[in-house]
Design a protein around this ligand. Structure first.
Ligand code: GLC
Ligand code: MG
Length: 676
């Protein structure tokens, strides 16, 4: 029997082999290997053929044969080459992939007015635990980013915008521990929290002001220049330094308040209980940075910087120019040339950005900053900074609030509003749109319900981040039956959760402001609207649009403003590799519109498919572009396949100044996003 056969017959092939080769089989085989390539040296008859479970020695013997060596080298080369190719593909993919979007881009920013959101302890004022108890609501709505109006310790003269302690929570809202719990719970759910930051003024109850205003205070020397102190022009309380006016000039006109202790005036852009901090004092600037760092360390994700245009005043103290000298002085009757948007402010804001960038070094952490400035669009958008020196991530855009009442919302005015923001914003930056907040009449009150729906479609389908002021999503209106202690109270009344007593804001309490009857009389509450089997109820409209907006074309696509008449507006969101989305809004509440879009835009295909209407909800019907209808007060979204990239609107020469994108992105053939 041959060795080979024996090897397979026996279950102990090594033994068979060893008996054949010699007493010390290992030695023999080693020998054989030394001359391995020369098969004759260990005659092939002596070496068994390879078999499953062969010992290392036989394996090594065969593996040294020339054709195995070749095969091995080729294989090794192929593996290395494949690794190299894969590696370069990964590098290439990373290089062409756009950066991930931030939470303040992907989610609308939902503004919670803490006093009015939800009262967990029945003392009549909303609180942090109340907000925490409603986190499911945000998730259900599709919102992950929340901005809280001030919750710092405060005498509440201006509902928290008068801060007594920047490092503590007002007992009205809970404790510092409650705030930490809220931050942690939100982070556990992948949500982000933005705080209000108030750099322009503190409360007159702040310890800095106590020390600053009182020359016999032990810390007076340290704090004496923390505020803006100016001598009287005649040594008495009548010698107001100049004509500067308080923003709340309906309450107190002059922005100067006499202080008996110091025998000087101090400046307050807002209420006299809100003395302006002196940001020309480096110690004050440092204090503010320390406050940022304090909240960053506690995990706060970002800041909405309040009244930033006011943080510096001209030191020469000249009178502001008067608009109409025949009329009494008031905030509206002076040009704030020396009291607002002074150039040095940009250096300060840029400095804050540097600080917040440092606080964003951990993966997945980004400390966002937005600025609140009401002014002309070119002044406001300057707070984005420049390409070289970055300031805010978002300069808050109030143009839709400034647009006025419903009759002023026409296709033409809305289009020029959008164009003016997009053209003024520095290129490559991210837009944002708000239609309401705690300082302005609610959107349904300004525009009426139907136009408010059109405004919602607009802000949620334009490029950029939409803001949602609490209650906007259920169509809340101003409640005029509230105390007039603050002219803005009507838009700050408690959130309407249900048709129950106090709208579910609290169960057994007297809310700090009366709940609007509409929670009962008009069904304006979360519970009823969620149960309503109506795709176009305000709440369902919001939910649907928020979800629609998470489509990549809406999140990242180019915006092209196509067309506007007084009656209507049309714009498109487009991105190579995806279907384009056309948004058509008829602002006329009485007249149907029909247009031949193919006449206007020959690059359009013959038809598209209907996605959604603010009047009739979702549908998949075909829409012929040579005859597109929009019912009175209807907003519709239509999607269509682009017949080749050359047909994209942003490729049409006449659209050059009407198309905008922060970064051009495409979906490639593999279905992956890439910068293009
Ligand atoms: C901002 C706030 C407003 C506040 C003012 C003064 O404009 O939005 O509510 O009264 O600053 O802090
Ligand atoms: Mg100031």
């Amino acid at each position: 029997m041959s060795v080979e056969n024996r090897a397979y017959e026996n279950d102990v092939p090594v033994t068979s082999f060893s008996t054949t080769v010699g007493d010390d089989p290992y030695e023999e085989v080693q020998l054989g290997f030394e001359k391995a390539d020369v098969e004759s040296s260990v005659g092939s008859s002596q070496i068994p053929k390879p078999y499953a479970g062969m010992p290392k020695e036989i394996l090594l013997h065969y593996s040294r044969r020339r054709h195995f060596v070749w095969a091995r080298n080729i294989l090794t080369g192929a593996v290395i080459l494949t690794i190299l190719i894969l590696f370069s593909m990964v590098i290439a993919l990373i290089a062409v992939s756009p950066a991930c979007q931030y939470y303040w881009q992907t989610s609308p920013i939902y503004q919670v007015y803490p006093k009015s959101f939800r009262d967990s302890d029945n003392d009549g004022t909303g609180d942090l635990k109340g907000i925490q108890g409603k986190l499911d609501y945000f998730e259900n709505l599709g919102v992950t980013t929340i901005w809280l109006n001030p919750v710092y310790k405060s005498p509440q003269k201006d509902n928290g915008y008068d801060i007594e302690d920047y490092r503590d929570i007002d007992p009205l809202f809970g404790t510092l521990q409650d705030m930490e719990d809220l931050i942690n719970e939100m982070h556990n759910r992948g949500m982000k929290i933005i705080m209000d930051f108030v750099p322009n003024h503190s409360s007159d109850q702040h310890q800095w002001f106590n020390a600053s205003s009182n020359p016999s205070h032990p810390d007076h020397e340290t704090f004496k220049d923390y505020y803006i102190w100016v001598n009287s022009t005649n040594g008495t309380s009548a010698g107001t330094p100049n004509n500067w006016q308080s923003v709340f000039s309906d309450v107190e006109t002059s922005a100067w308040e006499w202080n008996e202790n110091r025998q000087q005036f101090y400046y307050h852009a807002f209420y006299k209980e809100q003395p302006d901090l002196n940001l020309r004092n480096p110690a004050v600037q440092q204090e503010l940075k320390d406050i940022f760092s304090y909240w960053v360390d506690l995990g706060v994700d970002g800041f909405r910087c309040d009244a930033v245009g006011f943080i510096l005043e001209a030191t020469h103290l000249r009178d502001n120019p008067v608009v109409d000298p025949t009329k009494p002085l008031s905030y509206e009757n002076v040009y704030p040339d020396y009291t607002e948007n002074q150039m040095g402010i940009h250096d300060i804001v840029a400095d804050w950005k540097v600080l917040l960038k440092k606080g964003s070094s951990e993966p997945g952490v980004y400390r966002f900053m937005e600025t609140e400035v009401y002014d002309d669009v070119d002044v406001v958008t300057r707070y984005y900074g420049t390409e070289i020196v970055q300031e805010a991530d978002l300069a808050m855009n109030f143009l839709f609030i400034d647009l006025g009442s419903g009759s002023q919302w026409t296709g033409t005015s809305v289009e020029s509003t959008v164009l003016s923001w997009m053209r003024n914003m520095p290129s490559g930056r991210w837009p944002n749109w708000v239609i309401g907040n705690h300082d302005n009449s609610r959107v349904v009150t300004r525009l009426g319900e139907q136009k408010a729906k059109l405004a919602a479609v607009l802000t949620l389908t334009l490029s950029g981040t939409p803001g949602i002021y609490y209650g906007e999503e259920i169509g809340m209106i101003n409640n005029l039956n509230v105390s007039d202690s603050d002219f803005r109270n009507p838009e700050r009344t408690p959130m309407q959760w249900s048709a129950e007593v106090n709208a579910g804001f609290c169960s057994n309490c007297t809310p700090w402001l009366d709940v609007s009857d509409t929670h009962e009389t008009a069904g304006l509450n979360v519970e009823d609207l969620s149960n309503a089997n109506d795709q176009t109820s305000m709440l369902n409209l919001y939910k649907y649009l928020i979800q629609l907006r998470s489509d990549v074309t809406f999140l990242r696509g180019t915006l092209c403003m196509l067309y506007a008449t007084d009656q209507m507006i049309a714009f498109v969101r487009e991105m190579p590799g995806t279907e384009s989305k056309l948004v058509l809004i008829n602002f006329d509440l009485n007249k149907q519109a029909r247009i031949n879009l193919r006449d206007l835009f020959p690059n359009l295909p013959v038809s598209g498919s209907f996605v959604f209407s603010s009047l009739t909800g979702q549908s998949g019907e075909q829409v012929m572009f040579d005859s597109v209808d929009a019912e009175p007060g209807e907003a519709k979204v239509v999607q269509f396949k682009v017949g080749g990239n050359a047909n994209l609107f942003n490729k049409q020469s006449n659209m050059a100044d009407r198309c905008f994108t922060a970064k051009k992105v495409c979906v490639n053939v593999l279905g992956l996003l890439e910068v293009c």
